[in-house]
Design a protein around this ligand. Structure first.
Ligand code: ADP
Ligand code: MG
Length: 251
């Protein structure tokens, strides 16, 4: 089994309050790997530790090791000489609520390309079309690329966020409850999309939906209160009764 991310003795606290304590886990390439746990157990914090987004919060302290295996080799996320913008390009993220930029549909994708890689013009347009096709949004927006992104439906906005992440050609995508804010139909489309993307990217999905995890997960970790991480085998998590026995009233 090829490993995409190795996390060793990761501890994270906010203002001295421990959220993760010595968490160690190996996330395989491909997936999707699902991360389940009670609300407040630290799932989002664990995702943000991988691309160092917790650093946006001054009260946050992180220790331990995160090794991300990319197409260009292994990156030590917390090594002093690691450029955080390169790490975040390799490890894209999609949030629970679609966070489109207050710009046109096209600029939502082209602006980050320009800012991170100086890419513009025909090259950026081609990359944008490729990403929108990959996110299964192209046919819905091709005639309205200059319209504001906020005019799109919630499901379309979430697929635009996915396209924006994909345009940067990441190796890994972190998805934090990506369907939680969507209606049934839009959530179903995003789920189908994850099924497609899994062959090309390593997907790590936080979810509170047991049934979603059972449908989509290839690997599954449970985050217990206190920061302990437990991996469940497929024989357990594909079997609803076995899963409920293991998880008890956790979820
Ligand atoms: N930016 C932050 N500042 C202070 N505390 C935070 C911050 N983010 C998360 N926490 C705390 O860390 C704990 C875990 O939060 P989180 O990772 O969001 O859990 P989950 O995603 O599993 O619901 C919670 O107690 C939360 O209050
Ligand atoms: Mg969360």
């Amino acid at each position: 089994m090829a490993v995409a991310i190795r996390i060793e003795r990761l501890s994270v606290d906010f203002s001295g309050k421990a959220v993760l304590r010595d968490a160690s886990l190996e996330i395989p390439k491909g997936g999707p790997t699902f991360l389940l746990g009670r609300s407040g157990s630290g799932k989002t914090t664990l995702l943000r530790a991988i691309n160092r987004l917790n650093e946006c919060f001054p009260a946050c302290r992180t220790s331990g090791r995160v090794v991300v295996n990319t197409a260009d080799g292994a990156m030590e996320a917390y090594a002093p000489d690691t450029a955080v913008e390169v790490l975040r390009r390799r490890v894209g993220m999609v949030f629970q609520t679609p966070n489109v930029l207050p710009l046109s549909i096209a600029r939502n994708i082209c602006m980050p390309l320009e800012a991170t890689q100086g890419m513009r013009g025909a090259e950026a347009e081609a990359r944008m079309e490729e990403a929108l096709r990959e996110a299964q949004l192209w046919s819905e927006v091709r005639d309205r690329l200059r319209d504001p992104a906020v005019a799109l439906s919630g499901g379309q906005q979430q697929r635009l966020c996915l396209a924006r992440a994909l345009a940067l050609r990441p190796d890994i995508l972190l998805l934090d409850e990506p369907t939680a804010s969507l209606d049934f139909k839009a959530a179903q489309m995003v789920e189908e999309l994850l099924g497609e993307l899994r062959s090309r990217y390593t997907l790590i999905v936080v979810s509170h939906g047991l049934s979603q995890a059972r449908r989509l997960a290839e690997y599954l970790f449970v985050l217990h209160d206190g920061g302990r991480v437990e991996e469940l085998g497929k024989d357990v998590f594909r079997d609803k009764d076995a899963l409920l026995t293991v998880l008890g009233d956790l979820l």
